[in-house]
Design a binder for this molecule. Structure first.
Ligand SMILES: [Mn+2]
Length: 284
């Protein structure tokens, strides 16, 4: 199929380095003639424990650039955004929303990414994007003047409640009406059941779906090359099934993110190879 690839080279969304190098490594092996690269912003990034808005200004500058490039270059073509940390998906998803209007979203991730400045305990903005996409974090969407994603069409798949102090984030996401399927739900009911439900929810009365895939949804034993690994992730077989089901529904999917590949933490190119496999399946 015809598609545009966007390399989004930023790791400003967290105090761990490395994910900004992900896109170009993937792109060496995943070639396409239609490629846009948004370069890393070279600043000394904030990693201070007491900074609860880490690199906010530069995350916004990066996302505004990415968003404008999407509006300028993508038109109505299917596009794949390769990260980079997950704060980048604020721009890719809103770009797709602006183009396609009234999209639902499926957020495949070990984390909820639903923090706000009221709930964050790290100040790492890669933990905020889904909240921003539902419109409750306006400081991260200053460049955007369109409709946000409706929480009723918003689904998280693969969350595990490993982290401490997550009650507020979890309360917010439930209060907003987002559907959350955990990693345990997938193990209990099977990925076919869960993902088909998610597709129905995200596409209900919408014009299509933006899918955001965070590689940390996969068990770190299989895909160690991420910045914030969480144990009890999905296995390889489930990952392949998941991607095959997405492909089967590709007519509904308008855009796709592959996020959080961190080559610094990868072992024997395990994660790189899975990332390539996912991209090939989605775009073939
Ligand atoms: Mn994420």
């Amino acid at each position: 199929m015809k598609f545009v690839v966007i390399n989004a080279c930023s790791d400003l969304g967290l105090d761990v380095d490395g994910s900004s190098k992900g896109p170009l490594l993937i792109n060496k092996k995943f070639k396409n003639k239609d490629v846009i690269t948004i370069d890393k912003i070279n600043i000394k990034k904030s990693k201070r424990k007491t900074d609860f808005k880490k690199n906010l200004k530069y995350v916004n500058i990066f996302n505004e650039t990415l968003y404008n490039n999407i509006l300028k270059s993508v038109n109505e073509k299917f596009f794949v955004t390769i990260g980079g940390d997950h704060s980048i998906s604020i721009a890719s998803a809103l770009g797709s929303q602006k183009i396609n209007k009234n999209l639902g979203i499926i957020w495949i991730d070990a984390h909820l990414d639903y923090n706000t400045f009221e709930t964050t305990i790290t100040g790492n903005l890669h933990g905020f994007p889904l909240a921003a996409l539902n419109g409750i974090c306006p400081n991260l969407t200053t460049f955007y003047d369109g409709k946000y994603f409706n929480p009723k069409n918003t689904v998280v798949i693969g969350y595990r409640a490993n982290e401490p102090n997550k009650e507020k984030e979890l309360n917010n996401i439930k209060k907003m009406g987002v559907t959350v399927f955990t990693s345990d739900d997938i193990k209990k009911y099977g990925i076919e059941h869960i993902l088909n439900k998610a597709i129905n929810i995200a596409s209900f009365k919408s014009n299509g779906i933006h899918v955001s895939f965070d590689l940390d949804v996969i068990d770190p034993f299989i895909a160690p090359g991420v910045s914030i690994p969480e144990k009890n992730g999905i296995d390889l077989d489930t990952t392949i099934k998941l991607v095959n089901i997405l492909k089967k529904n590709i007519d509904k999917i308008k855009s796709f993110d592959l996020m959080e590949f961190n080559p610094d933490n990868d072992i024997d190119n395990k994660t790189l190879n899975i990332a390539l496999e996912i991209l090939k399946k989605i775009t073939k």
